[in-house]
Design a protein around this ligand. Structure first.
Ligand code: SF4
Length: 213
């Protein structure tokens, strides 16, 4: 695994969301800043009780600079509405703040590429800082990358989806929110899955998480 310098040295002295977002724009903690358009930091109220953490920004998020504004984000909005969760009251972010992609052969299209373990680790100081500032009561990991960044390196959704868990010891510090892992909304958009069943299962997990508030 490639070892990166990590985001730690880019953290601001003042820990609030605006300072973090501003500082993250200049992060060079791993190589992902080189090809992406911009850092996509988390968004939402600093006093949110519920924090949702995805994997990384996608193509539209990278272009717009906002998390969860692409197809998966629109599906997440629908799932939150179906679960009775007010979208504007939730803080949403990603385990990795820059878009990792490959170029389609001969074309301009950018195809999502999963971030490496080293890149997730490099970016974790931003996630830890967001947790520290927002101090949510409940965290939902949307997909296994977020769950591995927050709960346990070898986490699997098949074994622990929907369970009420804790942050890993390193992140826990003085805060101990309940943590639930579910699928990433993009998993309910794939061609080969039963999309309705996947969407409904996501809604159920969001309802369960909101019920912990
Ligand atoms: S992905 Fe994270 S660690 Fe890497 S450059 Fe972007 S903000 Fe920094």
């Amino acid at each position: 695994m490639v070892t990166y310098r990590g985001a730690q040295n880019y953290l601001p002295d003042t820990l609030d969301l605006l300072s973090l977002e501003t500082a993250a724009r200049g992060c060079r903690g791993c190589d992902l800043f080189k090809a992406a358009e911009q850092t996509v930091f988390g968004a939402g109220p600093a006093d949110a009780g519920l924090m949702l953490v995805g994997e990384q920004p996608g193509n539209e998020e990278d272009l717009e600079g906002e998390p969860f504004v692409g197809p998966a984000g629109r599906l997440l909005d629908k799932a939150l509405a179906a679960a009775g969760v007010e979208r504007d009251a939730v803080y949403v972010t990603n385990a990795v703040k820059h878009f990792r992609f490959d170029r389609a052969a001969g074309g301009k299209r950018r195809i999502h590429k999963k971030p490496s373990g080293g890149q997730v680790t490099a970016c974790r100081p931003w996630l830890a800082a967001e947790l520290d500032v927002v101090r949510p009561d409940v965290v939902v990991c949307l997909g296994v990358t977020a769950a591995r960044a927050l709960i346990e390196k070898n986490f699997t959704l098949t074994a622990h989806r929907g369970e009420v868990l804790h942050l890993d010891e390193e992140l826990r510090g003085t805060l101990d929110p309940r943590v639930v892992a579910t699928i990433h909304p993009s998993a309910a958009l794939r061609a080969h899955v039963d999309r309705t069943a996947a969407f409904e299962s996501l809604v159920r997990d969001l309802q369960r998480a909101a019920g912990l508030l």
